[in-house]
Design a protein around this ligand. Sequence first.
Ligand SMILES: [Zn+2]
Ligand SMILES: [Zn+2]
Ligand SMILES: [Zn+2]
Ligand SMILES: [Zn+2]
Length: 163
Amino acid sequence: MQHCLTCGVEVEESDSAYYPRGMLCIPCYVRKSAESVAFCSRCGTRIRSEEIKRKSSQPYCSYCAAELERKELLPRCRFCNQKIESFQERIKLADQSLSHTHCAAGKRIEVFCSFCKKRTEHFKILPGGSIICPLCYRSESQRRDFGGRSSFVAVLVRRLLAR
Ligand SMILES: [Zn+2]
Ligand SMILES: [Zn+2]
Ligand SMILES: [Zn+2]
Ligand SMILES: [Zn+2]
């Protein structure tokens, strides 16, 4: 004797699709399949019930759920309060908070020089996001000749001065 797990109706022994349907009668199976399909609230993809990931009671596909989780972990910019994506240039402020490089431009902020590690309010941002204080900047500029020696800083500064 086979019965539908949901409504209890008797299902024919000859009905070989009973187990594949999850032990449901046909009407219950149809209703359940319709209910169990959702659309991702981010990308609109159709998702099967077993693949639905819920976040604040919204359905998401597994890709979008992972994306949202990843974004939640991203640091926030101190100035625009938006998340700083991994591909965006950022600088670290002296108080350890982070900001987009472009958001920090022109702001009166304290940072640590990437080269002498001193705290400074006046600085330049080199291509690549390194912070350089006026002292390091000047000493590197003065050594523009570099005597054939090209340090990492020298290369950066030369590139900056060549602009
Ligand atoms: Zn049923
Ligand atoms: Zn999605
Ligand atoms: Zn920002
Ligand atoms: Zn410095």
